[in-house]
Design a protein. Structure first.
Length: 254
């Protein structure tokens, strides 16, 4: 696996990054500050999103669509486009759609798997997940599609979640494994992004200077979350709150 340019830190070595995310809003919630920092340094940043988050709940009054509907998929595509523009990302794609699809294969959409707790601390796909879901697709096919986009973007590093998918969502966990296998196949470095905890084997960066940019991007995801007064926290559609993530950890995957 390639080193990150022999740089003294992972962030310094991320000259051209492809971030692999599970759903629209993850790119901002988990890595909005990191993206803003990289863009501000003049680095090349591309974002690949696996699904359209079409199984997620909807903040009342924001979108005239039903969960799982094509209308919701289109709405969340538009929200993602707005957030990426706010973050300064110019290159993005959905997995399974050209150019993130193996040439010669018909385009496909990987569907949001949803999530349910199958036992304390162990998450699994929602009962509504079917063979179209991201977690049901064959690993080789998904990795092929990611590698097809790597050929187009030509990054020096792949970026995604840790092995636990940050909080256990099965689509996040799948992104980790897919990205790790793509890194192995292509010889690229892979960096995990951590937003919680104090892992001693990670580099931690305070990127709070990008709060305004991250908040602007978060507001584009209005069907899934609400930026609370004071712009310190967001409230998810399920009612849970979390701080706007401005401190991130970076860890090289061995």
């Amino acid at each position: 696996m390639t080193a990150l340019g022999g740089a003294g830190s992972l962030l310094e070595g991320m000259t051209s990054s492809l971030l692999v995310h599970a759903h629209p809003d993850d790119e901002t919630l988990a890595t909005g500050a990191l993206i803003a920092e990289l863009v501000g340094r003049g680095r090349d940043v591309a974002v690949l999103t696996a699904t359209r988050g079409e199984q997620g709940e909807i903040v009342p009054g924001t979108v005239d669509a039903a969960e799982g509907s094509p209308e919701l998929s289109r709405a969340r595509e538009a929200e993602l486009a707005g957030a990426l523009a706010a973050l300064g990302v110019r290159r993005s794609a959905f997995l399974g759609q050209p150019p993130a699809r193996v040439p010669g294969r018909s385009a496909r959409g990987y569907r949001d798997s949803g999530m349910r707790w199958v036992s304390p601390g162990v998450a699994g796909p929602a009962e509504s997940a079917d063979d179209r879901s991201f977690t049901s697709a064959g690993l080789e096919e998904v990795v092929d599609d990611l590698c097809a986009y790597v050929e187009v973007v030509r990054p020096t590093v792949l970026v995604s979640y840790d092995a636990g998918g940050t909080y256990g969502h099965p689509d996040h966990v799948r992104c980790h494994h897919v990205t790790r296998e793509a890194a192995r196949r292509t010889g690229l470095a892979m960096v995990e992004v951590l937003v919680h905890g104090e892992a001693d084997d990670a580099e931690w960066w305070d990127l709070s200077a990008h709060r305004a940019t991250v908040v602007e991007a978060l507001r584009h995801h209005a069907s899934q979350l609400t930026v609370l007064p004071g712009e310190q926290e967001v409230r998810h559609v399920g009612g849970q709150t979390e701080p706007v993530a401005l401190r991130v950890g970076l860890r090289l995957v061995g």
